[in-house]
Ligand binder design. Structure first.
Ligand code: FEO
Ligand code: CA
Ligand code: CA
Length: 687
């Protein structure tokens, strides 16, 4: 028997939205080809559709500047505590933006989508820090894709790195912890075809071991020197699809979370579909379980199946063939899908700690979670549900952040995401007097003061079926919220909506509205949200469109009022800030929308250059830019290069990233020339 190199039910040969067909199938289980899970038909604010944009354009044409002043006057500046990555506490007002900041570079030109290379600015170089399959422990086997081995993969760096942080852990800046999740796998390009059921089962086990999370210690000789990972370091850790997690918070132990194997409803094996994330001020890492539905067969009539995209078809991954818990059609495993779709929290400093899944933050296709602590030490986490026409959420912790490095403070802070209230956003197109460019909105309570705020649903039901609860409240269906990240300098929150080609196109679905201003939105946009009074737990907010992405030749693009040249950009996804409060934007989907490789861009948020977008790097063919980590004062940028050469096959690899053979050289006999997802570091090579 020859087993196909592709799982059997992938719908290849067509693309959905901006991604390749392979990415659609593996990453999100062909979500775009299925009925949109959110069948709610919310008011569309049609009366204000696109008016915010049009109003801005008129102002621009009239010579007005739409820079900071127009939209940045709500509430005092919030001061934020230090990040775990060693940044000093912010004790100042937003910096006057310096063009370029500490990391000055000559922008690169947009790169065509058939280029298999990492492109960086002149004077910069790049190198992989760690690649898929690199051994983490002293006894880890070396990378050998010709011989898939689950035990080996359990002790090697995982596949398809997404959220990434580099947390410096010593005052001299010579040690750091690289924390990174592994979203999904691509069997067709990772391993050769097999010829027996037993051999294919080992491949499936290896793929399970390539999911999850890695903690890897990095070292360097001094500031400005390149980082290298240390094999066998004490804190190195792999978390996979079988590692034990503890469910905590109000829904832990609920009947909705119990299975035959876990009657306590508190112990889950593994984490799946981890997309973006965030690093907390207390030094842990959060990661969002996103497209978990694609791993299960389930009863399509069960509560929530339709809304969460669960079907009774064989899964794309086929894991139900080797582990019955992935077949949720049986009573023993019916609740297993409920145990995924959470925000997970991992303590990278303690390899023996049990990672947790926080039920208080709700269950949906979590993109990630980013925590803000305001000047009163109130703690919130911003959460996006990355599905067409799904919602933006905010969690407000019951307890306040306790500053300091004492054990008591740390213990307290580790519990902050376990109890609190959950809200979903409703954007409104009403105008503020005297400022016709500003929208308002409110956070609609799902759980408030620890009690359900949704009629007819218990707290446990609201948290396990959060989408169903939010549907009842009139939340605003968004254009796929990806990263939602607050600025530590200003407290303003940047809501990244990557795209939604169905808006205003699919029968019965909402058309353009103020916060999602374009029908058939192929290129995405970014919203700038300001909590009323600057308070993290505010129940209302103001918002403005910060960027409406696309090729700059296209009508309707908008770059925060900047009217000079900018880089073309499409499908914004993950974001990060540098030390000067510039926003760095990573993209996912440019090949399908504007025919360019995905990239990393920088844009000032304040000052005269607000909106002046430039491109810093481009990733190789068929790859997505993830991670970004900006250590600009160190002259260093990290990105996670995910799914390079995604559309290839074992016998027809499309990318050799990152181990490119120099021009004219030949691979050594038996040397594997396929792609390896990797974390790369970009540094200045010359001045
Ligand atoms: Fe995994 Fe929302 O991108
Ligand atoms: Ca993403
Ligand atoms: Ca981010």
């Amino acid at each position: 028997m020859t087993t196909s190199t592709r799982p059997p039910l992938l719908m290849l040969g067509r693309t959905h939205g901006n991604r390749s067909a392979v990415t659609c199938a593996l990453k999100c289980d062909n979500a775009c080809a299925a009925p949109t899970p959110n069948e709610s038909t919310e008011p569309t604010f049609a009366d204000v559709a696109s008016q915010a944009l049009l109003s801005r354009r008129r102002l621009l044409l009239a010579g007005g500047t739409l820079a900071a002043g127009a939209a940045l006057t709500v509430g005092p500046t919030a001061l934020e505590p230090a990040a775990a990555s060693g940044r000093p506490p912010a004790t100042r007002t937003p910096p006057a933006a310096r063009p370029g900041g500490p990391l000055r570079f000559d922008p690169i030109a947009s790169v065509p989508d058939d280029v298999d290379a990492v492109t960086v600015p002149a004077g910069f170089g790049w190198r992989p820090v760690i690649r898929w399959g690199d051994p983490l422990f002293a006894d880890s086997p070396d990378f050998d894709p010709e011989h898939p081995d689950a035990d080996a993969q359990e002790r090697q760096f995982g596949y398809n790195n997404d959220y990434t942080d580099v947390i410096v852990t010593d005052p001299r800046g010579r040690r750091a912890l690289l924390c990174c999740n592994h979203e999904y796998t691509n069997r067709a390009i990772m391993f050769p075809p097999t010829s027996s059921v037993a051999a294919e089962a080992e491949v499936l086990r290896t793929l399970m071991a390539a999911h999850g999370f890695s903690v890897v210690q990095l070292e360097r000789r001094g500031r400005g020197k390149p980082w290298r990972y240390r094999r066998g370091a004490r804190r190195n850790r792999r978390i996979t699809a079988t590692t034990v997690f503890r469910l905590d918070g109000p829904a832990a132990g609920s009947e909705l979370l119990r299975t035959a194997a876990d009657p306590s409803g508190t112990r889950v094996h593994g984490t799946l579909g981890n997309c973006s994330g965030g690093t907390t001020p207390w030094g842990t890492v959060l990661s969002g379980e996103e497209n978990f539905n694609g791993y299960f067969r389930a009863d399509p009539q069960a509560v929530g199946s339709k809304r969460y995209g669960l079907t009774d078809s064989p899964s794309s991954y086929g894991w139900e063939q080797i582990d019955p818990r992935f077949d949720a059609r049986s009573a023993d495993h019916a609740n297993e899908p409920h145990r995924f779709g959470w925000i997970v929290e991992i303590d990278p400093t303690d390899p023996s700690s049990t990672p947790r899944k926080h039920t208080a933050l709700g269950r949906f296709k979590h993109e990630g979670a980013n925590v803000r602590v305001d000047r009163e030490n109130r703690v919130v986490a911003y959460l996006g549900d990355d599905e067409k026409f799904d919602y933006l959420y905010k969690f407000v912790a019951r307890d306040r952040y306790r500053p300091g490095r004492s054990k008591a403070a740390r213990r307290h802070n580790l519990g902050l995401l376990s109890e609190g209230d959950l809200y979903v956003a409703r954007f409104e197109g009403t105008r503020r007097p005297g400022n016709d460019n500003l929208g308002t909105g409110r956070w609609l309570p799902l759980v408030e003061d620890g009690r359900s705020a949704v009629e007819g649903m218990s707290v446990e039901e609201v948290l396990v079926f959060t989408r169903l609860a939010a549907d009842r409240l009139g939340a605003t269906p968004m254009d796929r919220c990806e990263d939602v990240e607050p600025s530590r300098e200003t407290g303003k929150v940047y809501v990244v909506c990557t795209n939604n080609s169905d808006r205003g196109v699919k029968t019965g679905k909402p058309g353009a509205d103020a916060a999602n201003p374009r029908d058939a939105n192929k290129n995405g946009h970014i919203i700038e949200l300001t909590e009323t009074g600057g308070a993290a737990d505010a129940q209302t907010f103001a918002w403005d469109l910060f960027m409406v992405c696309g090729d700059t030749d296209q009508a309707g693009t908008y770059f925060a009022g900047w009217d000079g040249p900018v880089a073309p950009i499409s499908c914004p996804d993950n974001v990060a800030f540098d030390s000067e409060n510039n926003l760095w934007i990573a993209t996912d989907g440019q090949p399908g929308s504007i025919g360019r490789n995905d990239g990393l861009f920088r844009v000032p948020l304040d000052g005269p250059e607000r909106g002046h977008l430039t491109q810093f790097l481009a990733v190789p063919v068929e790859a997505e830019t993830c991670g970004p980590v900006i250590h600009d004062r160190d002259g260093s940028v990290f990105v996670a290069v995910q799914h390079p050469g995604e559309d290839g096959d074992w016998a027809d690899q499309h990318s050799a990233f990152p181990d490119y053979v120099p021009a004219g050289a030949r691979p050594a006999p038996g040397e594997w020339r396929g792609p390896r997802p990797a974390i790369i570091q970009v540094t200045r090579e010359s001045r």
